[in-house]
Ligand binder design. Structure first.
Ligand code: 13P
Length: 251
């Protein structure tokens, strides 16, 4: 079943203490006022084991922002999907544009990461999206189609477990949001790619989140589109007021 989801990506923000306080506060806020969508917080690795037991799993899922493309072994500084799962986390963001741009993550590496995440029971939130020059050249569809190769080798059963997030790079942290029409157009295109590969039923069930300068003031106009099933939120996921404001867009 397709779900509406609001997921926060903390990126490299919040000390452990700050992360713990935020998780407790969010849990209290969503216990007092139940969300009308699934809520996920994706935190730095070191926060996961502390944050996961602090939130009610039925209300708030916890996820990592990355995992290794290898099972285990001599890969200094890396964190495996099994390690992430052992903290109590159940989601992992993979293929974020910042990982692709600054850490050289490729389609092939991401294919491995997605497979390892699934093999360890994690739900991948798989990110795709074009940079400004690609958008200006009208190449956004071509770009996202090529990025989807990382997940199109999955079996239909495995594909149906993943969440997609369309994040135009030109909208991330820039204050420049895709218009609702731009978001709907490309989300519908992404869903059509899934339908071509796996059939209409799996495409209809797939949650496709929008990310890029999403905030309480624009969340509703984005989420109301038929192919936009929620958001992957960066800056506005760092304060309870903004994150809750976006979650409340589903009310
Ligand atoms: P912003 O919401 O800060 O633009 O970041 C979006 C994002 O990259 C979420 O993964």
């Amino acid at each position: 079943m397709r779900k509406n989801i609001v997921a926060g990506n903390w990126k490299m923000n919040k000390t452990l203490c700050e992360g713990i306080s935020f998780a407790k506060e969010l849990n209290d806020a969503l216990t007092a006022d139940a969300p009308h969508c699934d809520v996920v917080i994706c935190t730095p690795f070191i926060h996961l084991a502390s944050v996961a037991p602090l939130v009610a799993p039925a209300k708030i899922g916890v996820g990592a922002e990355n995992c290794a493309d290898k099972v285990s072994g001599a890969y200094t500084g890396e964190v495996s999907a099994a390690m992430v799962a052992s903290t109590g986390a159940t989601y992992v963001i993979l293929g974020h544009s910042e990982r692709r741009a600054y850490y050289g993550e490729t389609v092939a590496m991401l294919e491995e990461k997605v497979k390892l995440a699934l093999a360890n029971g994690l739900v991948p939130i798989f990110c795709i999206g074009e940079v400004l020059e690609e958008r200006e050249a009208g190449k956004q569809n071509e770009v996202v189609a090529a990025q989807m190769a990382s997940v199109f080798s999955l079996s239909a059963e495995d594909f149906s477990k993943i969440i997609l997030a369309y994040e135009p790079v030109w909208a991330i942290g820039t204050g420049k949001t895709a218009t609702p029409a731009q978001a709907q157009e490309i989300h519908a295109y992404i869903r059509s790619l899934v339908a071509d590969k796996y059939g209409k039923e799996i495409a209809d069930d797939c949650s496709i989140l929008y990310g890029g300068s999403c905030k309480p003031s624009n969340a509703k106009e984005l989420f109301v589109n038929p192919d936009v099933d929620g958001g992957l939120i960066g800056g506005a996921a760092l304060t309870i007021a903004d994150f809750k404001g976006i979650i409340d867009a589903f009310k």
